[in-house]
Design a protein around this ligand. Structure first.
Ligand SMILES: [Zn+2]
Length: 264
């Protein structure tokens, strides 16, 4: 690739969010020894930048994809094995913190936490736990908004592993099918039971409802408080974060306004 001429005070370009110093630096070499040294330096620089970027992503709760980043072999271990392994590691964390694990109150904690991770708060990672849905025929021919509001949910921030809790508001316009109202709650709950980022949670619920209901006309609004904002970092006790997903008719102002009026 031909390098573009850059003025001396030009800022390095950003490639995938990482400052790209190496192309510019490569123009300044004279000897191969210098080159090697420079390459090493550049690599170190890039690595530092990458780590800085990762810190920034985590601290600012930026999602990197709509899919939860899971490895292909995520479910090769069964739940019991996962619980055993997590318990060992959690015990190690407690131990490092200096806690006396022979104390009656603490002895059972590693196993208890491991069970809670696998069977409760992160059970939504496993597609086997996805709620089954039964569609019913839309016998009444009801073709207006259906809004289910104030669905409470608990999730966990994937950057700090502390709770996010709030309310979900969902709306759809039935195409041919309808689903039981409790299914809307179960879908929210399923995707919430993962290490999450609120934007991703919102989109995952929206996309799933589109598929499930066979309609584009879906709206999802989440309003949630993040413990990592209130109990650490900036320590704000009152703020909440609102995210939204609109598709189909909810991109039209009238429909969206009607929905927003109902959830006020
Ligand atoms: Zn966080």
């Amino acid at each position: 690739m031909k390098l573009k001429e850059t003025s001396s005070n030009a800022q390095p370009k950003k490639v995938n969010g990482i400052h790209n110093h190496d192309k510019q630096d490569s123009q300044n070499f004279t000897t191969s020894t210098n080159k090697k040294k420079q390459v090493k330096k550049t690599k170190e620089k890039l690595l530092t930048h990458k780590q800085e970027d990762l810190e920034i992503i985590g601290e600012n709760h930026i999602a990197t994809s709509i899919e939860t980043p899971l490895r292909k072999d995520a479910f090769e271990l069964d739940d019991d094995t996962k619980i055993e392994k997590i318990a060992v590691h959690f015990k190690e964390i407690m131990d490092i913190l200096g806690l006396d694990l022979t104390d009656d109150s603490l002895q059972g904690t590693p196993k208890r936490v491991a069970k809670m991770y696998v069977q409760e708060i992160f059970k939504g990672l496993n597609p086997e736990n996805k709620p089954a849905t039964k569609m019913f025929e839309n016998k009444f021919g009801y073709n207006q908004l259906l809004v289910e509001k104030n669905i409470s949910f608990h999730s966990h921030c994937e950057h700090h592993f502390v709770p996010i809790h709030g309310k979900a508001h969902i709306a759809y316009i039935s195409n041919e099918g309808v689903i039981g109202l409790s299914k809307l709650h179960r879908i929210v709950d399923y995707f919430a039971r993962r290490p999450q980022v609120q934007e991703r949670l919102t989109n995952q619920i929206g996309e799933e409802l589109k598929k499930m209901l066979g309609t584009e006309d879906i709206a999802v609004v989440l309003d949630a408080a993040h413990m990592c904002v209130s109990m650490r970092g900036i320590k704000d006790q009152t703020s909440t974060t609102i995210t939204s997903f609109y598709s189909g008719k909810f991109n039209e102002e009238a429909t969206r306004t009607e929905f927003l009026k109902y959830i006020q």
